[in-house]
Design a protein around this ligand. Structure first.
Ligand code: C2O
Ligand code: CU
Ligand code: CU
Length: 568
């Protein structure tokens, strides 16, 4: 009896101290001109008892592969909906036309495949994809529906930076989620306290781990949570360098010991583990340093009224990912470039106008929503802003609520130019597409609404706290063309090859015979038709076109062929 009691006591103490060790998954990459995403329903044994119903892409049961794109290349992504519900997929941060953006107006029915086709215009950086179906974004994303997009370009490739994926360059998505008694995620949970790193549990008896080599290591940090902001740092306040924000590289690395990342935001950082072989340390969140009002900071005392934001991990510091330093690789990056980019933000004097957007709550003194922009809840039928193509605009966002909101805009990245009348910190002066606006704060950013205009299909801006967005904290804008745009028929799109490209006098089209006698249109990036006719053979004479970038479009009964063409 005594022995048994002792054994149980030993087992219990072992159980109390033993953590289940998870080695986080680094998702495989997927690339090329045609990418297939099978968006499907799945399940994962995350907790004892009932399995958690999940949504994921391709070979995964949670999250999805990392999409690798090259700036300047065309890509078609085929999203097959097998989730048993209507959905869509948004390319967060990518500068694409409204019809390719995967916003709330794109609806892909169960069993359907949606195939956006676009040219990658963004610079090298860390972007991501996730569904955006209005009212269900939180429910779908928090079941696991998201993945990374990494864009490469010539500038970034020429720099001295770690970029060997999964070796010295790691995508790290951190999520906090609340589950119900049936082990299913609750999109409205303010008790979100189960932490996941790349889909591996990281707290409550679980530990997420990653091996990194003893050299310069790049972490691409994404906050994929529904609401929580993380204040990232490392054990012993170890310093690191911030090299990129949402929309690409900063002009120069910035030394830091903390980086605050709200839902939807990305920062790339460089950790120097050069002389640390055999050691281990942790990526942490220092929630105690966040102001209350930011979800993740100390819970606000609302006069003893039992605040709803009372998650057990609010306002505390906790480990997120344990990093174990293993021997360096033979081709380690020993030092990083000191100049990374040459961004010159638009100046305020160049702006055509300022737009004022306020963040509002029904009761200014309460923490409760539903939150709105300028008092208006999202309405699919209402266009909230009309923006002439190529307008340079300052957006002044004023938060008149008691909680912080991460403001996100589709279409174009922006430059933050002011926080409450002051310059933003240096690491926040690169390209961004999400900016956290604190309670009673005013943030100004500047951007140019370039390249894409569409008189019918809007883009959206919204709070990236997914439950606020689903509750209506979202607005729509239309970018209006400078001249009348061609209305594009809704037919299947395919990629064709043309050569030479760039071309000077004529191009040859490499396609099946079905295109003979078909009409073609060549239009510029403003949507103006520059050349049109009927194909009698596989050649088009382009000698009359001025030099520049064009798009060739061919429409047959079932297919729409589309390709970018450069005239020398
Ligand atoms: Cu991350 Cu409108 O989206
Ligand atoms: Cu987005
Ligand atoms: Cu919000």
């Amino acid at each position: 009896m005594k022995t048994l009691t002792t054994t149980i006591a030993v087992l219990l103490s072992l159980f109390a101290s033993a953590q289940i060790q998870n080695w986080i998954n680094i998702p495989e990459t997927i690339s090329g001109n045609s990418i297939d995403l099978n968006f499907h329903i799945d399940s994962v044994q995350m907790f004892p008892g009932a399995k958690t119903q999940t949504l994921a892409f391709n070979q995964y049961s949670y999250l999805g592969p990392t999409i690798l794109l090259n700036k300047g290349e065309d890509v078609q992504i085929n999203v097959e909906n097998n989730i048993g519900d209507t959905t869509n997929v948004h390319w967060h941060g990518l500068h694409v036309s409204p019809e390719n953006d995967g916003g709330p107006h794109t609806m892909v029915m169960e069993g359907e495949t949606w195939s956006p086709l676009f040219t990658v215009l963004n610079e090298a950086g860390t972007y991501w994809y996730h569904p955006h179906f209005h009212g269900k974004t939180g429910a779908q994303v928090l079941r696991g529906a998201s993945g990374f997009i990494i864009v490469k370009d010539e500038n970034e490739s020429a720099l001295s930076l770690p970029r060997t994926y999964g070796i010295d360059d790691f995508p790290i998505v951190v999520q906090s989620i609340q589950y119900d008694e049936m082990n299913q995620p609750m999109p409205l949970g303010m008790q979100d306290s189960t932490i996941f790193v790349n889909g591996s549990r990281a707290n409550y008896g679980h530990e997420a781990n990653l091996n990194i080599p003893a050299q310069m290591v790049r972490l691409r940090l994404l906050n994929g949570s529904g609401e929580r902001t993380f204040n990232f740092g490392f054990t012993n306040n170890m310093s690191f360098q911030i090299i990129a924000s949402d929309g690409g590289l900063l002009n120069a690395p910035v030394n830091a010991t903390r980086i605050r990342i709200s839902p939807g935001e990305r920062y790339e950082i460089i950790v120097d583990a050069t002389s640390m072989e055999g050691e281990s340390f942790s990526l942490m969140s220092f929630g105690s340093e966040l102001p209350s009002g930011i979800q993740g900071g100390p819970t606000m005392d609302m006069g003893g009224q039992g605040p709803p934001m009372d998650s057990p991990i609010n306002g505390i510091d906790f480990d997120i990912l344990h990093l174990h330093v293993i021997p360096a690789t033979s081709d380690a990056i020993l030092s990083i470039s000191t100049t990374l980019n040459s961004l010159t933000p638009f100046t305020e004097s160049a702006a055509n106008m300022t737009r004022n957007i306020s963040m509002n709550a029904p009761n200014m003194m309460s923490m409760d929503g539903p939150f709105t922009f300028n008092g208006d809840s999202f309405d699919m039928e209402v266009i909230n802003q009309e923006i002439p193509l190529d307008n340079i605009e300052v957006w002044q966002i004023t938060n008149q609520t008691m909680v912080a909101h991460p403001f996100h805009i589709h279409d174009v990245p922006f430059f933050v130019i002011e926080r409450d009348g002051n310059l933003p910190p240096v690491f926040e002066r690169g390209k961004k597409d999400v900016v956290l606006v604190q309670s009673m704060e005013t943030v100004k950013f500047i951007t140019k609404f370039e390249t894409f205009a569409d008189t019918v299909m809007p883009y959206v801006y919204h709070c990236h706290i997914l439950m606020h967005e689903d509750d209506g904290m979202m607005g729509q804008f239309i970018v209006t063309p400078l001249s009348t745009n061609v209305n594009e028929p809704e037919v299947e799109k395919s990629i064709i090859n043309i050569y030479p490209n760039p071309a000077q006098t004529s191009i040859t089209i490499d396609v099946p015979s079905e295109i003979i006698n078909v009409d073609f249109h060549i239009f510029n990036s403003l949507g103006e038709v520059c050349l049109q006719g009927t194909l009698s053979n596989d050649k088009i004479d382009i000698s009359t076109l001025p030099a520049g970038v064009y798009y060739l479009k061919l429409i047959t009964n079932e297919k729409r062929y589309f390709v970018k063409l450069i005239k020398k």
